[in-house]
Design a protein around this ligand. Structure first.
Ligand SMILES: Nc1ncnc2c1ncn2[C@@H]1O[C@H](COP(=O)(O)OP(=O)(O)OP(=O)(O)O)[C@@H](O)[C@H]1O
Length: 238
């Protein structure tokens, strides 16, 4: 069953066509990655799914309904955490609604993201990884059906990035959240996504089903490298 159906969607800014009659189905509970050259339209496609941007033509159907205006069942997380600097961690999660239910939800998410001890700190007192965990917790406050990740880990160091990948995967799997990841890091896409789509030449130029890799750690690494290479070949047109 599809949560999102992108049907014959085109997007142009003035005379500049970014996406041309794109079709894409995103299954409920799946984790997909959009990769491709810079400026190819990955974020634009994501923003249209979130209802932050309107398609020039075509339709986007979300959970059976045409997306019109802001899609309230989707949440986006960006590379810059966009936390409100004058609010504490807890306030960043609950500023819209301080009901007992929301406070309980915030506590649960702070625990899940290992931030409980930082609840009363301001964002400036946190590391980059901690701030991105707050951004993740905030995105999950409304229990979105769809999580849109626009290069959210791009600014993190390798180790923090890997921990964050594991955390996101774990939460999305346990809570069955459908997820779309835009990333420049092909290894990250291969590590995280069930399906990888290459956005190129104003459309989708390649689709890779990411298998469950088996065998020893070395064998799995080789299989992942192989998938990465296939994705890169499509991106660079080899
Ligand atoms: N509001 C806008 N007005 C005009 N052009 C825009 C606007 N937003 C995006 N574009 C253009 O649309 C194209 C696609 O941008 P988009 O951000 O979707 O690409 P992307 O694949 O996500 O790139 P990156 O990987 O660098 O983030 C770019 O050429 C960009 O300049």
């Amino acid at each position: 069953m599809n949560l999102v159906e992108v049907k014959q969607v085109s997007k142009a800014y003035g005379k500049n066509t970014i996406l041309d009659t794109v079709d894409l189905n995103i299954q409920k509970g799946s984790f997909i990655a959009l990769v491709g050259m810079s400026g190819g339209g990955k974020s634009t496609l994501m923003r249209m799914i979130a209802g932050l941007e309107e398609a020039t033509s075509g339709v986007i159907v979300f959970n059976g309904h045409k997306v019109r205006g802001l899609n309230k069942e989707a949440r986006i997380m960006f590379q810059d955490d966009r936390l409100l600097p004058w609010m504490t961690v807890m306030e960043n999660l609950t500023f819209a609604n301080k009901s007992p239910e929301k406070l309980a939800k915030a506590k649960e998410l702070l625990e899940l993201t290992d931030l409980t001890e930082h609840y009363d700190k301001y964002p400036t007192a946190l590391s980059g990884g901690q701030r991105q965990r707050v951004a993740l917790a905030r995105a999950l406050m409304s229990e979105p059906k769809l999580l849109l990740l626009d290069e959210p880990l791009g600014a993190l160091d390798a180790l923090t990035r890997q921990k964050m990948q594991d955390l996101i995967l774990d939460i999305c799997q346990k809570q069955a959240i459908t997820t779309v990841l835009v990333t420049h890091d092909i290894a990250e896409a291969v590590r995280m996504a069930d399906k990888i789509y290459v956005i190129k030449d104003q459309g989708i130029s390649g689709r890779f089903d990411n298998p469950n890799y088996t065998g020893s750690a070395d064998e799995q690494r080789l299989q992942r490298d192989h998938t990465e290479q296939k994705v890169l070949d499509v991106i660079y047109g080899i």
